[in-house]
Design a protein around this ligand. Structure first.
Ligand SMILES: [Zn+2]
Length: 379
């Protein structure tokens, strides 16, 4: 299992001894990956897709059926001669995941999600006490309520938190919630008696988009415009979180040395030009021409900050995650233009920008994916 919970093609670690149990776990992972990615398959399809032998696949499917994770869902209709093959698929309701999006300033969004990423039920609750232990207590209380009302066995809890989050589930720093070294995953896990996985909101959105969105490749840069600005980076199918779990923290990169004072003490940070509250305020009551100007200005500013990153990494696929009412063509166009103007054609000429296909659920669904990948050992 890699620490990010992202499906990877990586085999056993170099130099490690492959014992039969490891091989079996690896084979199980290969079969489950195919079923999650491609949907229902026959045992023969699975053998072809994974390179495993038929008896191995038959044996693995038998144990997955016994675990209740997969189900036989009838026979394929389209075959001419011979007995049609029985299809096996993941049972979406075998387990459910409880997912939390804590990135919004006003509300906690939580949901019960099935194994295919469908939201079964949703709870939106205003933050009562915004910060510190009170904020933690509210999240924990809501989690207990969701566990109690869950309609299926709960696989685990996934949380997309603002701030810098260590892979082990500790929120190292979340300024707005005034959390510092908050052992969110461990404390909630202990109280709930369930596995709890935590990641930063931009990273969650990135995994969500990669798994349930329309991303085709293995590289993805997702920029999240919310209360602040942050980015998630997926390289070669792996989430890249950096040496201090702070990769993608671009909000306080200075884009205008003469710009407005920022809460961090510097001037002209990216977050003084592009955040959801700031844009909402500027767009409030704006006429159409002003709206275009505001969105284009924000796009230019963000593009200026991203150009070096794009040139450095040569990622074509760039996704913007932003509240729906702040989205607009002028924003994406200005962002693309700014990147292209600041990079060579070989890099900027191939950049494709789009909004997240999961809309405002990307953090929620990414938090669910984190749990599914780690707990079902798909990653
Ligand atoms: Zn700043």
């Amino acid at each position: 299992v890699n620490a990010t919970g992202i499906p990877t093609n990586a085999g056993p670690r170099r130099g490690s001894k492959v014992v039969p149990e490891d091989a079996r776990r690896n084979n199980r992972r290969l079969v489950l990956q195919r079923l999650f990615i491609e949907g229902p398959l026959s045992r023969a399809d699975m053998a072809r897709a994974t390179g495993l032998t038929r008896p191995t696949v038959t044996d693995l499917v038998a144990s997955l059926l016994a675990e209740g994770l997969v189900e036989e869902i009838g026979r394929r209709a389209d075959q001419g001669i011979g007995k049609p093959a029985t299809l096996v698929g993941v049972d979406p309701d075998a387990r459910h995941v409880l997912a939390f999006d804590l990135s919004d300033d006003e509300h906690i969004t939580a949901a019960e999600v099935d194994l295919t990423g469908k939201v079964v039920s949703r709870r939106i609750e205003p933050w009562r006490d915004h910060v510190g232990e009170q904020a933690f207590a509210q999240v924990l209380r809501l989690a207990h309520e969701l566990v109690a009302s869950a309609t299926r066995p709960v696989l685990g809890v996934g949380i997309g938190s603002p701030g810098v989050v260590h892979d082990e589930g500790t929120v190292l720093e979340a300024a707005r919630l005034r959390w510092s070294d908050m052992a969110l995953g461990a404390r909630m896990g202990e109280s709930l008696g369930l596995p709890v996985h935590v990641t930063n909101d931009a990273n969650a959105a990135t995994i969500g988009e990669y798994t349930f969105g329309t991303t085709r490749g293995e590289n993805l840069l997702l920029v999240r415009v919310g209360q602040g600005v942050g980015a998630g980076l997926l390289l070669g199918g792996h989430l890249y979180t950096g040496d201090r779990s702070a990769a993608g923290e671009i909000g306080h990169v200075v884009v205008d040395a003469d710009g407005a004072a920022c809460s961090c003490g510097k001037r002209g940070c990216l977050e003084t030009t592009v955040t959801a509250p700031l844009l909402a305020q500027r767009l409030d009551g704006a006429d159409p021409a002003t709206r275009v100007d505001v969105l284009a200005g924000a796009g230019r500013s963000l593009g200026g900050a991203l150009a070096t990153v794009v040139a450095m990494l040569n990622v074509d696929d760039i996704v913007v995650s932003a509240p729906t009412d702040l989205q607009g063509e002028p924003f994406l166009r200005a962002l693309a233009t700014a990147i292209r103007e600041r990079t060579m054609a070989a890099v900027g000429g191939h950049v494709e920008l789009r909004y997240s296909t999961l809309g405002e659920d990307d953090v929620l669904l990414g938090a669910a994916v984190l749990v599914i990948n780690r707990e079902l050992n798909i990653a």
